[in-house]
Write a protein that binds this ligand. Structure first.
Ligand code: 5GP
Length: 209
């Protein structure tokens, strides 16, 4: 099944700790025409997280109930927790004529690619500058305990093997530069789309096709 949207579905994936959440927040500040898709998760809320802003935190039972009702465009299991992107975010963005940004993993990205047309999607994979930097960032954000950090590190290596499924792969050495690069790529893709539209209309008038 393919579904029509006017604006882009922007996917940003990366291993936990590569700086993706900060990137997404900065990008939304810089680009006024993007909505963030707030996911549902069955994992516990961390101290600095806000329900309805970072995630909708729900029980496993509630999550499964929503999934049964076809509430999610995609779901995935990570670190023994369930994560899912609700359809409603996409519908709202279309209505408000805005892009929608998904901060999701490669499994979710694959599912979105299956449901939407290629030219509706702009997908980025963000790599950390090194493995040691990834570990340092995971420790620095102070969100997870030692066991979780080690779990996330081992998942990170597996996750990074999927970088080649993405059109744009960026190494996040400097968060401001990475955000600027993402912004430029989105604007470039919009420009190409607009050019195509203009050209199509002009050609119709000039050579009647
Ligand atoms: P965290 O628990 O660190 O916030 O997220 C763990 C992983 O789950 C990250 O790679 C994050 O991108 C991914 N994730 C968060 N929300 C979703 C979602 O709705 N769907 C999918 N497929 N992955 C998600």
């Amino acid at each position: 099944m393919t579904t029509e949207t006017i604006n882009k579905l922007i996917i940003i994936s990366s291993p936990s700790g590569a700086g993706k959440t900060t990137l997404c927040k900065l990008l939304i500040k810089k680009m006024k025409n993007i909505n963030l898709s707030i996911s549902y998760t069955s994992r516990n809320k961390k101290l600095n997280e806000i329900h309805g802003k970072d995630y909708y935190f729900v029980s496993k039972e509630k999550f499964k109930e929503l999934k049964k009702k076809n509430y999610f465009v995609e779901t995935a299991k990570n670190f023994n927790n369930l994560y899912g992107s609700p359809f409603i975010n996409i519908h709202k963005s279309i209505k408000n004529n805005r892009h929608i940004l998904f901060d999701i993993d490669w499994k979710g990205a694959r599912k979105i690619r299956r449901k939407y047309k290629k030219d509706q999607i702009i997908d980025f994979f963000i790599l950390p500058p090194s493995k040691s930097e990834l570990k340092r960032r995971l420790i620095k954000r102070g969100r997870d305990n030692k066991k979780e950090i080690n779990l996330r590190l081992s998942y990170a290596i597996d996750e990074m093997r999927h970088f080649s499924e993405y059109k744009y792969v960026l190494i996040n050495e400097n968060v401001q530069k990475t955000v600027d690069d993402i912004k430029k790529i989105i604007e470039y893709r919009q420009l190409i789309d607009n050019q195509k539209k203009i050209l199509k209309n002009k050609l119709k008038k000039i050579i009647n096709i």
